[in-house]
Design a protein around this ligand. Structure first.
Ligand SMILES: NC(=O)C1=CN([C@@H]2O[C@H](COP(=O)(O)OP(=O)(O)OC[C@H]3O[C@@H](n4cnc5c(N)ncnc54)[C@H](O)[C@@H]3O)[C@@H](O)[C@H]2O)C=CC1
Ligand SMILES: O=C(O)/C=C/C=C(\O)C(=O)O
Length: 503
Protein backbone atom coordinates (compact mmCIF):
# COMPACT_ATOMS: atom_id res chain seq x y z
CA UNK A 1 0.00 0.00 0.00
CA UNK A 2 1.32 3.49 -0.80
CA UNK A 3 2.18 5.84 2.05
CA UNK A 4 -0.56 8.19 0.81
CA UNK A 5 -3.17 5.40 0.91
CA UNK A 6 -1.94 4.37 4.32
CA UNK A 7 -2.24 7.95 5.57
CA UNK A 8 -5.75 8.26 4.20
CA UNK A 9 -6.87 5.01 5.75
CA UNK A 10 -5.27 5.80 9.09
CA UNK A 11 -6.89 9.24 9.09
CA UNK A 12 -10.27 7.52 8.94
CA UNK A 13 -9.23 5.40 11.91
CA UNK A 14 -7.99 8.29 14.02
CA UNK A 15 -11.32 9.46 15.36
CA UNK A 16 -12.59 5.96 16.00
CA UNK A 17 -9.36 5.34 17.93
CA UNK A 18 -10.33 8.08 20.42
CA UNK A 19 -11.65 6.08 23.33
CA UNK A 20 -11.40 5.40 27.03
CA UNK A 21 -8.72 2.91 27.94
CA UNK A 22 -9.43 -0.16 30.07
CA UNK A 23 -7.43 -2.60 32.12
CA UNK A 24 -7.16 -6.07 30.58
CA UNK A 25 -7.20 -8.63 33.38
CA UNK A 26 -7.66 -12.38 32.96
CA UNK A 27 -8.86 -11.97 29.37
CA UNK A 28 -11.51 -9.31 30.14
CA UNK A 29 -11.62 -5.53 29.81
CA UNK A 30 -12.53 -3.70 33.01
CA UNK A 31 -12.51 -0.20 34.47
CA UNK A 32 -11.49 -1.59 37.87
CA UNK A 33 -12.83 -0.49 41.21
CA UNK A 34 -10.75 2.49 42.36
CA UNK A 35 -13.12 5.03 40.79
CA UNK A 36 -10.02 7.04 39.87
CA UNK A 37 -9.05 7.98 36.32
CA UNK A 38 -7.22 10.65 34.36
CA UNK A 39 -7.66 12.39 31.03
CA UNK A 40 -5.54 11.21 28.12
CA UNK A 41 -4.88 14.30 26.00
CA UNK A 42 -3.35 14.53 22.54
CA UNK A 43 0.11 16.10 22.46
CA UNK A 44 -0.79 17.51 19.01
CA UNK A 45 -3.49 19.93 20.11
CA UNK A 46 -4.36 19.04 23.73
CA UNK A 47 -7.74 17.56 22.61
CA UNK A 48 -9.29 14.83 24.76
CA UNK A 49 -8.58 11.27 23.56
CA UNK A 50 -10.41 9.55 26.41
CA UNK A 51 -10.11 8.65 30.07
CA UNK A 52 -7.73 6.12 31.59
CA UNK A 53 -8.65 4.19 34.75
CA UNK A 54 -6.07 4.19 37.53
CA UNK A 55 -5.48 0.72 38.85
CA UNK A 56 -4.83 0.16 42.54
CA UNK A 57 -3.70 -2.75 44.70
CA UNK A 58 -6.84 -4.79 43.92
CA UNK A 59 -6.37 -4.59 40.13
CA UNK A 60 -2.67 -5.42 40.40
CA UNK A 61 -3.40 -8.35 42.68
CA UNK A 62 -6.11 -9.68 40.35
CA UNK A 63 -3.82 -9.37 37.32
CA UNK A 64 -0.83 -11.01 39.02
CA UNK A 65 -2.97 -13.88 40.32
CA UNK A 66 -4.50 -14.40 36.87
CA UNK A 67 -0.98 -14.50 35.41
CA UNK A 68 0.13 -17.02 38.03
CA UNK A 69 -2.92 -19.24 37.36
CA UNK A 70 -2.28 -19.18 33.60
CA UNK A 71 1.35 -20.07 34.17
CA UNK A 72 0.39 -23.09 36.25
CA UNK A 73 -2.50 -24.02 33.97
CA UNK A 74 -3.24 -23.65 30.27
CA UNK A 75 -0.16 -21.66 29.25
CA UNK A 76 2.32 -23.74 31.22
CA UNK A 77 0.86 -26.92 29.70
CA UNK A 78 1.42 -25.93 26.07
CA UNK A 79 4.27 -27.42 24.08
CA UNK A 80 6.84 -24.99 22.65
CA UNK A 81 5.41 -25.30 19.09
CA UNK A 82 1.87 -24.67 20.38
CA UNK A 83 3.08 -21.59 22.25
CA UNK A 84 5.17 -20.21 19.42
CA UNK A 85 2.37 -20.79 16.89
CA UNK A 86 0.11 -18.62 19.05
CA UNK A 87 2.75 -15.89 19.18
CA UNK A 88 3.17 -16.01 15.40
CA UNK A 89 -0.62 -15.58 15.20
CA UNK A 90 -0.36 -12.54 17.50
CA UNK A 91 2.17 -11.03 15.08
CA UNK A 92 -0.11 -11.75 12.11
CA UNK A 93 -3.09 -10.20 13.85
CA UNK A 94 -1.14 -7.02 14.68
CA UNK A 95 -0.41 -6.81 10.95
CA UNK A 96 -4.09 -7.49 10.11
CA UNK A 97 -5.04 -4.61 12.39
CA UNK A 98 -2.11 -2.44 11.31
CA UNK A 99 -4.29 0.64 10.75
CA UNK A 100 -5.92 0.39 14.19
CA UNK A 101 -2.53 0.15 15.88
CA UNK A 102 -1.15 2.96 13.74
CA UNK A 103 -4.05 5.28 14.52
CA UNK A 104 -3.93 4.50 18.26
CA UNK A 105 -0.16 4.96 18.49
CA UNK A 106 -0.18 8.25 16.59
CA UNK A 107 -3.12 9.53 18.61
CA UNK A 108 -1.34 8.89 21.91
CA UNK A 109 2.07 10.19 20.81
CA UNK A 110 1.40 12.62 17.94
CA UNK A 111 4.25 11.00 15.99
CA UNK A 112 4.14 11.04 12.16
CA UNK A 113 2.43 8.07 10.43
CA UNK A 114 5.50 7.90 8.19
CA UNK A 115 7.59 7.02 11.26
CA UNK A 116 5.15 4.76 13.12
CA UNK A 117 4.19 2.85 9.98
CA UNK A 118 7.85 2.04 9.28
CA UNK A 119 9.15 1.49 12.78
CA UNK A 120 6.71 1.23 15.69
CA UNK A 121 3.96 -1.01 14.35
CA UNK A 122 6.03 -3.41 12.17
CA UNK A 123 8.44 -3.87 15.11
CA UNK A 124 5.48 -4.60 17.40
CA UNK A 125 4.66 -7.58 15.17
CA UNK A 126 8.29 -8.56 14.53
CA UNK A 127 9.04 -8.72 18.26
CA UNK A 128 6.59 -11.63 18.60
CA UNK A 129 7.70 -13.40 15.45
CA UNK A 130 11.43 -13.15 16.10
CA UNK A 131 11.31 -14.44 19.69
CA UNK A 132 8.92 -17.24 18.69
CA UNK A 133 11.55 -18.35 16.16
CA UNK A 134 14.38 -17.93 18.66
CA UNK A 135 12.97 -20.24 21.32
CA UNK A 136 12.32 -22.97 18.76
CA UNK A 137 16.06 -23.23 18.22
CA UNK A 138 17.56 -23.05 21.68
CA UNK A 139 20.44 -25.36 22.41
CA UNK A 140 21.74 -25.88 25.92
CA UNK A 141 25.20 -26.73 27.18
CA UNK A 142 26.18 -30.33 27.99
CA UNK A 143 29.26 -31.53 29.92
CA UNK A 144 30.39 -35.07 30.63
CA UNK A 145 31.99 -35.24 34.07
CA UNK A 146 34.51 -38.03 34.49
CA UNK A 147 34.00 -39.87 37.80
CA UNK A 148 36.40 -42.21 39.73
CA UNK A 149 34.20 -45.24 39.01
CA UNK A 150 34.68 -44.62 35.30
CA UNK A 151 30.95 -44.49 34.70
CA UNK A 152 30.82 -40.66 34.53
CA UNK A 153 27.95 -38.19 34.83
CA UNK A 154 26.24 -36.06 32.26
CA UNK A 155 25.31 -32.44 32.95
CA UNK A 156 22.83 -30.52 30.87
CA UNK A 157 21.21 -27.12 31.14
CA UNK A 158 17.46 -26.89 31.29
CA UNK A 159 15.78 -23.56 30.60
CA UNK A 160 12.45 -23.02 32.35
CA UNK A 161 10.16 -19.96 32.41
CA UNK A 162 11.03 -17.50 35.17
CA UNK A 163 7.39 -17.01 36.20
CA UNK A 164 5.21 -13.89 36.27
CA UNK A 165 7.04 -10.94 34.72
CA UNK A 166 6.23 -7.29 35.48
CA UNK A 167 6.67 -5.09 32.41
CA UNK A 168 6.97 -1.34 33.00
CA UNK A 169 7.13 0.41 29.66
CA UNK A 170 7.65 4.02 28.53
CA UNK A 171 5.83 6.38 26.18
CA UNK A 172 8.37 7.11 23.46
CA UNK A 173 7.96 3.90 21.42
CA UNK A 174 5.00 2.42 23.29
CA UNK A 175 4.10 -0.70 21.28
CA UNK A 176 7.65 -1.37 20.14
CA UNK A 177 9.18 -1.27 23.61
CA UNK A 178 6.33 -3.05 25.37
CA UNK A 179 6.37 -5.96 22.88
CA UNK A 180 10.19 -6.04 23.02
CA UNK A 181 9.58 -7.35 26.55
CA UNK A 182 6.25 -9.16 26.21
CA UNK A 183 7.43 -11.07 23.08
CA UNK A 184 10.41 -12.83 24.68
CA UNK A 185 8.65 -13.20 28.04
CA UNK A 186 5.78 -15.15 26.48
CA UNK A 187 8.00 -17.03 24.03
CA UNK A 188 9.99 -18.34 27.00
CA UNK A 189 6.76 -19.54 28.64
CA UNK A 190 6.24 -16.77 31.21
CA UNK A 191 3.09 -14.76 31.76
CA UNK A 192 3.05 -10.97 32.08
CA UNK A 193 1.43 -8.02 33.79
CA UNK A 194 2.11 -4.81 31.87
CA UNK A 195 1.93 -1.32 33.35
CA UNK A 196 2.15 0.93 30.28
CA UNK A 197 3.17 4.55 30.56
CA UNK A 198 0.36 6.77 31.74
CA UNK A 199 0.92 8.91 28.62
CA UNK A 200 0.28 6.11 26.11
CA UNK A 201 -2.38 3.60 27.19
CA UNK A 202 -3.99 2.72 23.85
CA UNK A 203 -1.84 0.16 22.03
CA UNK A 204 -1.26 -1.97 25.15
CA UNK A 205 -5.04 -2.10 25.58
CA UNK A 206 -5.59 -2.93 21.91
CA UNK A 207 -3.14 -5.81 22.20
CA UNK A 208 -5.60 -7.41 24.66
CA UNK A 209 -8.13 -7.69 21.80
CA UNK A 210 -5.48 -9.39 19.67
CA UNK A 211 -4.65 -11.89 22.41
CA UNK A 212 -8.32 -12.86 22.75
CA UNK A 213 -8.84 -13.05 18.99
CA UNK A 214 -6.02 -15.52 18.36
CA UNK A 215 -6.80 -17.63 21.43
CA UNK A 216 -3.99 -16.84 23.84
CA UNK A 217 -5.33 -18.26 27.14
CA UNK A 218 -6.76 -15.75 29.59
CA UNK A 219 -4.33 -14.49 32.21
CA UNK A 220 -1.24 -14.81 29.99
CA UNK A 221 -1.22 -11.13 29.01
CA UNK A 222 -2.60 -8.59 31.50
CA UNK A 223 -2.56 -4.79 31.47
CA UNK A 224 -3.15 -2.53 34.45
CA UNK A 225 -3.00 1.22 33.89
CA UNK A 226 -1.78 3.58 36.54
CA UNK A 227 0.98 5.87 37.67
CA UNK A 228 4.39 5.00 39.17
CA UNK A 229 4.97 5.80 42.84
CA UNK A 230 2.16 4.81 45.25
CA UNK A 231 0.14 3.58 42.28
CA UNK A 232 -0.03 0.61 39.91
CA UNK A 233 3.71 0.78 38.98
CA UNK A 234 4.91 0.53 42.55
CA UNK A 235 2.21 -1.98 43.60
CA UNK A 236 3.11 -4.22 40.65
CA UNK A 237 6.86 -4.22 41.22
CA UNK A 238 6.36 -4.88 44.95
CA UNK A 239 3.86 -7.72 44.49
CA UNK A 240 5.28 -10.89 46.11
CA UNK A 241 4.19 -13.17 43.22
CA UNK A 242 6.23 -11.21 40.65
CA UNK A 243 9.35 -13.15 39.66
CA UNK A 244 11.18 -10.58 37.51
CA UNK A 245 10.85 -6.93 36.49
CA UNK A 246 11.75 -5.50 33.10
CA UNK A 247 11.80 -1.73 32.68
CA UNK A 248 12.71 0.85 30.08
CA UNK A 249 12.81 4.47 31.16
CA UNK A 250 14.73 7.05 33.12
CA UNK A 251 17.74 6.06 35.23
CA UNK A 252 16.28 7.64 38.42
CA UNK A 253 13.08 5.60 37.97
CA UNK A 254 15.26 2.51 37.51
CA UNK A 255 16.83 3.22 40.90
CA UNK A 256 13.37 3.42 42.53
CA UNK A 257 12.24 0.19 40.87
CA UNK A 258 15.45 -1.56 41.90
CA UNK A 259 14.72 -0.75 45.54
CA UNK A 260 11.21 -2.17 45.10
CA UNK A 261 12.69 -5.27 43.41
CA UNK A 262 14.97 -5.84 46.39
CA UNK A 263 11.93 -7.00 48.38
CA UNK A 264 11.98 -10.72 47.74
CA UNK A 265 15.23 -10.45 45.72
CA UNK A 266 13.65 -10.24 42.25
CA UNK A 267 15.86 -9.98 39.17
CA UNK A 268 15.66 -6.84 37.02
CA UNK A 269 16.37 -6.12 33.37
CA UNK A 270 16.82 -2.39 32.79
CA UNK A 271 17.29 -0.25 29.73
CA UNK A 272 17.77 3.24 31.08
CA UNK A 273 18.75 6.75 30.01
CA UNK A 274 21.50 7.89 27.70
CA UNK A 275 23.49 10.96 26.68
CA UNK A 276 24.77 9.39 23.53
CA UNK A 277 27.74 10.74 21.59
CA UNK A 278 28.38 10.81 17.85
CA UNK A 279 32.05 10.95 16.81
CA UNK A 280 32.44 12.48 13.36
CA UNK A 281 35.95 12.12 11.95
CA UNK A 282 37.31 14.26 9.12
CA UNK A 283 37.65 11.12 6.97
CA UNK A 284 33.91 10.38 7.11
CA UNK A 285 31.46 10.48 4.24
CA UNK A 286 29.99 13.87 5.18
CA UNK A 287 26.64 13.31 3.46
CA UNK A 288 26.08 10.09 5.39
CA UNK A 289 27.29 11.59 8.67
CA UNK A 290 24.97 14.58 8.40
CA UNK A 291 21.97 12.48 7.38
CA UNK A 292 22.59 9.93 10.15
CA UNK A 293 23.17 12.56 12.82
CA UNK A 294 20.05 14.42 11.71
CA UNK A 295 17.99 11.25 12.28
CA UNK A 296 19.72 10.36 15.53
CA UNK A 297 19.20 13.83 17.02
CA UNK A 298 15.69 14.61 15.77
CA UNK A 299 13.80 11.37 14.97
CA UNK A 300 10.70 10.87 17.13
CA UNK A 301 11.26 14.49 18.22
CA UNK A 302 14.48 13.41 19.97
CA UNK A 303 12.58 11.03 22.24
CA UNK A 304 14.67 7.92 21.64
CA UNK A 305 16.99 6.71 24.36
CA UNK A 306 19.53 5.81 21.64
CA UNK A 307 19.43 9.32 20.14
CA UNK A 308 22.46 11.57 19.82
CA UNK A 309 22.60 14.61 22.11
CA UNK A 310 26.40 15.18 21.98
CA UNK A 311 28.16 15.51 18.63
CA UNK A 312 31.96 15.65 18.48
CA UNK A 313 33.35 16.70 15.11
CA UNK A 314 37.01 16.71 14.02
CA UNK A 315 38.09 20.33 13.65
CA UNK A 316 38.83 20.47 9.89
CA UNK A 317 35.19 19.68 9.05
CA UNK A 318 33.56 21.32 12.09
CA UNK A 319 32.18 24.45 10.38
CA UNK A 320 30.95 22.52 7.35
CA UNK A 321 29.25 19.91 9.54
CA UNK A 322 27.52 22.52 11.72
CA UNK A 323 26.25 24.37 8.64
CA UNK A 324 24.98 21.16 7.03
CA UNK A 325 23.22 19.90 10.19
CA UNK A 326 21.65 23.34 10.71
CA UNK A 327 20.24 23.25 7.17
CA UNK A 328 18.92 19.71 7.74
CA UNK A 329 17.23 20.71 11.02
CA UNK A 330 15.66 23.76 9.44
CA UNK A 331 14.28 21.63 6.60
CA UNK A 332 12.28 19.43 8.98
CA UNK A 333 8.51 19.79 8.66
CA UNK A 334 6.43 19.90 11.82
CA UNK A 335 2.79 18.97 11.46
CA UNK A 336 -0.06 16.55 11.86
CA UNK A 337 0.80 12.81 11.79
CA UNK A 338 -1.36 12.12 8.75
CA UNK A 339 0.26 14.79 6.53
CA UNK A 340 2.67 12.91 4.34
CA UNK A 341 5.22 15.77 4.43
CA UNK A 342 5.40 15.75 8.27
CA UNK A 343 8.65 14.37 9.64
CA UNK A 344 8.62 15.92 13.11
CA UNK A 345 5.81 15.58 15.65
CA UNK A 346 5.29 17.21 19.04
CA UNK A 347 6.85 16.12 22.32
CA UNK A 348 4.78 13.66 24.35
CA UNK A 349 3.18 16.15 26.78
CA UNK A 350 3.09 19.70 28.05
CA UNK A 351 4.98 18.51 31.12
CA UNK A 352 7.79 17.06 29.03
CA UNK A 353 7.83 20.20 26.89
CA UNK A 354 8.38 22.30 30.03
CA UNK A 355 11.34 20.07 30.88
CA UNK A 356 12.86 20.34 27.38
CA UNK A 357 12.28 24.11 27.23
CA UNK A 358 13.95 24.49 30.63
CA UNK A 359 17.07 22.92 29.05
CA UNK A 360 16.75 25.26 26.05
CA UNK A 361 16.88 28.17 28.50
CA UNK A 362 19.65 26.57 30.57
CA UNK A 363 21.81 26.17 27.45
CA UNK A 364 21.74 29.92 26.91
CA UNK A 365 22.34 30.58 30.62
CA UNK A 366 25.35 28.25 30.44
CA UNK A 367 26.81 30.27 27.57
CA UNK A 368 25.83 28.32 24.44
CA UNK A 369 25.89 29.75 20.94
CA UNK A 370 22.49 29.03 19.40
CA UNK A 371 22.88 27.60 15.88
CA UNK A 372 19.18 27.08 15.25
CA UNK A 373 15.87 26.69 17.09
CA UNK A 374 15.84 27.23 20.82
CA UNK A 375 12.16 27.90 21.30
CA UNK A 376 8.57 27.13 20.39
CA UNK A 377 7.48 27.10 16.73
CA UNK A 378 4.53 29.12 15.56
CA UNK A 379 2.00 26.38 14.80
CA UNK A 380 -1.25 27.04 12.93
CA UNK A 381 -4.83 26.66 14.18
CA UNK A 382 -5.58 24.14 16.90
CA UNK A 383 -1.97 22.88 16.82
CA UNK A 384 -1.06 26.02 18.80
CA UNK A 385 -2.11 24.11 21.93
CA UNK A 386 0.20 21.17 21.25
CA UNK A 387 3.53 20.26 22.89
CA UNK A 388 5.72 21.61 20.07
CA UNK A 389 9.34 22.68 20.28
CA UNK A 390 11.84 23.69 17.62
CA UNK A 391 14.66 21.33 16.64
CA UNK A 392 17.67 22.92 18.26
CA UNK A 393 21.45 22.92 17.87
CA UNK A 394 24.02 24.59 20.09
CA UNK A 395 27.79 25.00 20.03
CA UNK A 396 30.21 26.59 22.48
CA UNK A 397 29.25 24.93 25.77
CA UNK A 398 31.89 23.87 28.30
CA UNK A 399 32.37 20.13 28.82
CA UNK A 400 30.93 20.30 32.32
CA UNK A 401 27.75 22.17 31.29
CA UNK A 402 24.58 20.42 32.49
CA UNK A 403 23.18 20.55 28.94
CA UNK A 404 26.16 18.47 27.77
CA UNK A 405 25.85 15.92 30.57
CA UNK A 406 22.15 15.41 31.39
CA UNK A 407 19.61 13.50 29.27
CA UNK A 408 17.20 16.04 27.75
CA UNK A 409 15.11 13.69 25.58
CA UNK A 410 14.16 16.37 23.07
CA UNK A 411 15.09 17.28 19.46
CA UNK A 412 18.40 18.91 20.28
CA UNK A 413 22.15 18.41 20.30
CA UNK A 414 25.37 20.20 21.17
CA UNK A 415 28.27 20.11 18.69
CA UNK A 416 31.90 20.49 19.83
CA UNK A 417 35.16 20.25 17.86
CA UNK A 418 37.96 17.81 18.71
CA UNK A 419 41.56 17.45 17.50
CA UNK A 420 42.64 13.87 18.16
CA UNK A 421 41.08 10.41 18.24
CA UNK A 422 42.15 10.02 21.87
CA UNK A 423 40.41 13.26 22.84
CA UNK A 424 37.22 12.20 21.03
CA UNK A 425 37.09 8.87 22.87
CA UNK A 426 37.71 10.57 26.23
CA UNK A 427 34.91 13.06 25.60
CA UNK A 428 32.53 10.32 24.46
CA UNK A 429 33.14 8.33 27.66
CA UNK A 430 32.86 11.33 29.96
CA UNK A 431 29.27 10.93 31.26
CA UNK A 432 27.81 8.39 33.73
CA UNK A 433 25.71 7.01 30.86
CA UNK A 434 26.84 4.32 28.41
CA UNK A 435 23.97 3.35 26.15
CA UNK A 436 24.88 3.97 22.51
CA UNK A 437 27.36 5.76 20.26
CA UNK A 438 27.72 6.48 16.56
CA UNK A 439 31.12 6.66 14.85
CA UNK A 440 31.45 8.24 11.41
CA UNK A 441 34.67 7.38 9.55
CA UNK A 442 35.68 5.71 6.28
CA UNK A 443 38.85 4.34 7.95
CA UNK A 444 38.04 0.73 8.89
CA UNK A 445 40.95 0.38 11.31
CA UNK A 446 39.90 3.52 13.14
CA UNK A 447 36.29 2.32 13.26
CA UNK A 448 37.23 -0.94 15.02
CA UNK A 449 39.77 0.75 17.30
CA UNK A 450 37.36 3.44 18.47
CA UNK A 451 34.39 1.07 18.85
CA UNK A 452 36.47 -1.10 21.20
CA UNK A 453 37.29 1.88 23.42
CA UNK A 454 33.79 3.28 23.81
CA UNK A 455 32.10 2.38 27.07
CA UNK A 456 28.66 1.70 25.58
CA UNK A 457 26.30 -1.22 25.02
CA UNK A 458 25.64 -0.41 21.35
CA UNK A 459 28.08 1.17 18.90
CA UNK A 460 26.97 2.01 15.37
CA UNK A 461 29.59 2.71 12.71
CA UNK A 462 28.42 4.79 9.73
CA UNK A 463 24.81 4.15 10.71
CA UNK A 464 22.30 4.72 13.46
CA UNK A 465 19.30 2.65 14.63
CA UNK A 466 20.16 -0.17 12.26
CA UNK A 467 18.62 -2.95 14.33
CA UNK A 468 19.18 -6.68 14.06
CA UNK A 469 16.83 -8.15 16.68
CA UNK A 470 19.13 -11.15 17.23
CA UNK A 471 21.89 -8.97 18.70
CA UNK A 472 22.55 -7.97 22.32
CA UNK A 473 20.82 -4.73 23.25
CA UNK A 474 21.30 -2.76 26.46
CA UNK A 475 23.41 -0.19 28.22
CA UNK A 476 26.72 0.06 30.08
CA UNK A 477 27.31 2.15 33.24
CA UNK A 478 24.10 3.89 34.43
CA UNK A 479 22.31 3.10 31.16
CA UNK A 480 21.09 -0.30 32.20
CA UNK A 481 21.44 -3.76 33.62
CA UNK A 482 21.55 -6.81 31.38
CA UNK A 483 21.15 -7.37 27.66
CA UNK A 484 18.04 -8.31 25.71
CA UNK A 485 17.65 -9.41 22.08
CA UNK A 486 17.84 -12.85 20.42
CA UNK A 487 19.23 -15.53 22.72
CA UNK A 488 20.44 -12.85 25.16
CA UNK A 489 16.84 -12.38 26.28
CA UNK A 490 16.87 -15.94 27.61
CA UNK A 491 19.26 -14.86 30.38
CA UNK A 492 16.51 -12.81 31.97
CA UNK A 493 13.31 -14.54 30.86
CA UNK A 494 14.33 -18.08 31.82
CA UNK A 495 15.67 -19.82 34.87
CA UNK A 496 18.59 -22.09 34.01
CA UNK A 497 18.71 -25.36 35.92
CA UNK A 498 21.74 -27.62 35.62
CA UNK A 499 20.72 -31.29 35.70
CA UNK A 500 23.56 -33.63 36.72
CA UNK A 501 22.82 -37.33 36.02
CA UNK A 502 25.17 -39.97 37.40
CA UNK A 503 25.51 -42.77 34.90
N1 LIG B 1 13.48 5.11 27.01
C1 LIG B 1 13.92 6.03 27.82
O1 LIG B 1 15.08 6.08 28.12
C2 LIG B 1 12.95 7.00 28.36
C3 LIG B 1 13.38 8.07 29.10
N2 LIG B 1 12.50 8.96 29.57
C4 LIG B 1 13.04 10.08 30.36
O2 LIG B 1 12.42 10.05 31.62
C5 LIG B 1 11.86 11.32 31.91
C6 LIG B 1 10.61 11.11 32.73
O3 LIG B 1 9.60 10.52 31.92
P1 LIG B 1 8.57 9.48 32.53
O4 LIG B 1 7.52 9.12 31.59
O5 LIG B 1 8.13 9.99 33.86
O6 LIG B 1 9.52 8.24 32.62
P2 LIG B 1 9.80 7.32 33.82
O7 LIG B 1 11.07 6.62 33.58
O8 LIG B 1 9.69 8.09 35.10
O9 LIG B 1 8.55 6.33 33.79
C7 LIG B 1 8.48 5.26 32.93
C8 LIG B 1 7.51 4.25 33.49
O10 LIG B 1 7.86 3.92 34.82
C9 LIG B 1 6.71 4.02 35.67
N3 LIG B 1 7.17 4.35 37.01
C10 LIG B 1 7.58 5.56 37.48
N4 LIG B 1 7.95 5.45 38.77
C11 LIG B 1 7.76 4.15 39.13
C12 LIG B 1 7.95 3.41 40.33
N5 LIG B 1 8.43 3.97 41.43
N6 LIG B 1 7.63 2.10 40.32
C13 LIG B 1 7.17 1.49 39.22
N7 LIG B 1 6.95 2.14 38.06
C14 LIG B 1 7.25 3.45 38.01
C15 LIG B 1 5.88 5.07 35.00
O11 LIG B 1 4.55 4.98 35.42
C16 LIG B 1 6.07 4.72 33.54
O12 LIG B 1 5.25 3.63 33.18
C17 LIG B 1 11.60 11.95 30.57
O13 LIG B 1 11.61 13.34 30.67
C18 LIG B 1 12.73 11.42 29.76
O14 LIG B 1 13.85 12.25 29.92
C19 LIG B 1 11.17 8.81 29.37
C20 LIG B 1 10.68 7.76 28.63
C21 LIG B 1 11.56 6.79 28.04
O1 LIG C 1 14.68 -1.83 20.46
C1 LIG C 1 14.80 -0.84 19.73
O2 LIG C 1 15.01 -0.95 18.54
C2 LIG C 1 14.66 0.51 20.25
C3 LIG C 1 14.83 0.81 21.51
C4 LIG C 1 14.65 2.14 21.97
C5 LIG C 1 14.59 2.43 23.27
O3 LIG C 1 14.83 1.51 24.18
C6 LIG C 1 14.20 3.75 23.81
O4 LIG C 1 14.12 4.72 23.07
O5 LIG C 1 13.93 3.80 25.00
Amino acid sequence: MSVQALHKQAQIGVDSARRDAAHFINGAFTQGSTGKSWENRSPLDNSLIGRVPEGGKAEIDAAVRAAKAALEGPWGNLTIPQRTDLLAAVADEINNRFDDFLAAECLDTGKPYGLASHIDIPRGAANFKMFAETVKNISTETFILETPDGKNAVNYGLRRPKGVIAVISPWNLPLLLMTWKVGPALACGNTVVVKPSEETPLTATLLGEVMNKVGVPKGVYNVVHGLGPNSAGEFLTQHPLINGITFTGETRTGEAIMKQAALGVRQVSFELGGKNPALVFADCDLDKAVEGTMRSAFANCGQVCLGTERVYVERPIFDAFVARLKAAAEALTLGRPEDSCTNLGPLISQEHRSKVLSYYKLAMDEGATLVTGGGVPDMPGELKDGAWVQPTIWTGLKDDARVVNEEIFGPCCHIRPFDTEEEAVKLANSTPYGLAAAVWTENVSRAHRVAAKLDVGICWVNSWFLRDLRTAFGGAKQSGIGREGGVHSLEFYTELTNVCVKL
